[in-house]
Design a protein around this ligand. Sequence first.
Ligand SMILES: [Mg+2]
Length: 388
Amino acid sequence: MQLADKHIIHMDQDAFFVSVEIKKDSRLAGKAVIIGGLSDRGVVSSCSYEARKFGVHSAMPMRMARQLCPHAIFVKGSMDDYSYYSHQVTELLQERVPILEKASIDEHYIDMTGMDRFFGCMKFAQELRKTILDQIGLPISFGLSINKTVSKIVTNECKPNGEKEVSKPEVQPFLNPLSIKKIPGLGDSTFIKLSEMGVRKIHTLTQIPPDLMFKILGQNGLSLWQKANGIDLSPVVPYREQKSIGKQSTFDSDSMDVAGMKVLLTDMVTKLAFELRQQHKLTACVTVTIRYANFETVTQQAKIPYTSLDSILITKAKELFDKVYQKRMLLRLVGVKLSHLVGGYEQISLYGPSEKMYNLYQRMDKIRNLYGTDAVRLATVFPDKIGR
Ligand SMILES: [Mg+2]
């Protein structure tokens, strides 16, 4: 079978956070709703299509959103609720499809290749979408095409409440008239660069020799050129095989210093959370592992609402450590792992214990990017320094 013969469905909830809020309070339906940090320094996490008509979009400063759409209903949002419904959709899909990748809190890819001989893929996807609408009650759109990139662009074009198939011979005619902005992963600075060269439509981008794209934008240029030409070989990665990140420390000499271990744990979690934010990812599961001096190894795991914030992860990791460390025996190793990773970043503004914390994290990440991971730490990592 040729690589180009894939059948990939991309499913994406419509204005996911807003839809969950409407499910909780039907009076919000049909209104301009903006979710995010409510102070002027906050950021928009999500907004209804009615608010988008006024130019509001996610990641926009809340102050600007208020100016553009003063009559909107502003909601702080609840990551617990969004995570709950996110898992519901994933579980429903997991039971029904061969290969499922969870790309973000409200997005999934399904690889139907091979199944198309038994089912019509379009009919299957339509039934799936209807099942989600009926059983979970949240609006969803999908695109069906030959690879992940094209399917995602198709979904974005038919949202909200849309479904569309773009078969192989239709791919290039479908892509050509679209703005290059529609290519997933094409950032603002690249858009400006290409615009200045007169490249605004995908069709124009396909006409540029790939080696020139490489010269101008490096590997990313080549990848954009491929996407413009409807080429994307990236596989749908099954949810259970999706990556996790972790760290562990072995002690120089076996130890029973619980406070010291928690400091170590905090330090490891801080670094992992930073890594998570750098990759624009969120985690929904924390695992703590300890190994006793006699090599007995024990593990505790907990599911949490999607997050990438240190404070939430540190609290959970310490809690798990207390649960797992039951024997008053010397320890030789402690480890922590973050799994169930999905894409998502702007939503971070929702999680924070407060907006101050959110701004603090952003600043700390900036310093780490400039001077290295160890350049800045929370005072809790050095408990002796704050007179505990
Ligand atoms: Mg969505």
